[in-house]
Design a protein. Structure first.
Length: 300
């Protein structure tokens, strides 16, 4: 094995698949591809060596044969998800890639021990396509160590629901606004909150004249999973095209909490439309501050 040579593929495998992979390697070589393969170069071997201890060869693809998703396999799959085009996993049997590691646009190779020829032809097609596209080879040591450096990213929980968070946001804002409105009476204003199935309507009056109106709607121009804000008196059906801003519930993997991505056209007076992230509590505080700012500017 010439470690400073260039190969089409390098192979990694589990101890259990050593014999089957060895037979596949011979089939791949007979197909005319060059293979960096050693009988001891298992996942454990590749995974426990420093960059300087790994072969200095360059490869077009690094092929880990994956039958179970352990730490090494997860690192290889994560590298693919992150866009590393030199890692080409081979799924053994009926193994499915976990959702949090699966790339939505990658077709993974699959190894059926009863039909090794299918893998050989599929691999040859991948190599030929890469050559035709002018894809460069990469140091196998850099490919492997680069993949191993990647750590697991926090995932969005499977139970996260934008619609459940939309409902919770409407309910929370309705509760907080209802509780806060009596405080306006000290300044000579009357605030009311009407809460329907799909809209929270806020009105602030003085001497029977409406000085501020806000409708917080389920859905809107941002999508039916968003919360839409309409300032001023408009028709308040859920299909309204009016919007002074809208918020989409998103899950923050940095804080491990749900937040609201607000696109503010004027609901808070910023007129930017640029998204800004709020916790539910912070969004209410900003809305309440805006209401008080507008009301304070009313000439009595």
């Amino acid at each position: 094995m010439k470690e400073n040579a260039a190969y089409d593929v390098a192979v990694s495998f589990t101890e259990q698949s050593r014999i089957a992979v060895g037979e596949v390697v011979e089939s791949i070589r007979q197909r005319g591809l060059t293979v960096l393969h050693g009988p001891d170069q298992t996942h454990e071997w590749w995974g426990h060596k420093d960059r300087g201890d790994l072969p200095t060869a360059s490869v077009r693809f690094f092929l880990p044969f994956i039958s179970t998703v352990d730490d090494f396999d997860a690192a290889m799959l994560r590298a693919v998800r992150n866009g590393d085009e030199h890692v080409l996993p081979v799924l053994v049997g009926e193994l499915a890639v976990p959702a949090e590691l699966r790339h939505p646009h990658v077709s993974y190779l699959r190894f059926d021990p009863s039909r090794p020829d299918l893998l050989t032809e599929a691999l040859a097609a991948r190599v030929e396509a890469a050559e035709s596209a002018g894809a460069e080879q990469e140091s196998v040591a850099e490919v492997v160590t680069g993949a191993r450096r990647l750590t697991s990213s926090p995932a969005v929980p499977a139970t996260f629901s934008r619609y459940a968070e939309q409902e919770a946001t409407l309910r929370y804002l309705g509760d907080q606004l209802t509780a806060a409105m009596p405080g306006l009476e000290r300044s000579g204003f009357v605030g009311t909150v009407h809460r329907g199935d799909s809209c929270v309507s806020v009105r602030v009056e003085q001497t029977g004249e409406t000085v501020y109106a806000l409708d917080i709607q389920r859905g809107g121009i941002g999508g039916d999973e968003t919360v839409n804000f309409v300032v001023g008196r408009h028709q308040t059906d859920t299909g309204s095209v009016c919007s002074n801003g809208w918020a989409r519930p998103v899950y923050s993997t940095e804080t491990d909490t749900t937040v609201l991505e607000l696109h503010d056209f004027s609901v808070l007076g910023r007129n930017t439309g640029e998204p800004r992230v709020y916790r539910r509590e912070d969004l209410f505080a900003a809305l309440w501050q805006r209401i008080n700012t507008v009301v304070a500017a009313v000439v009595r």
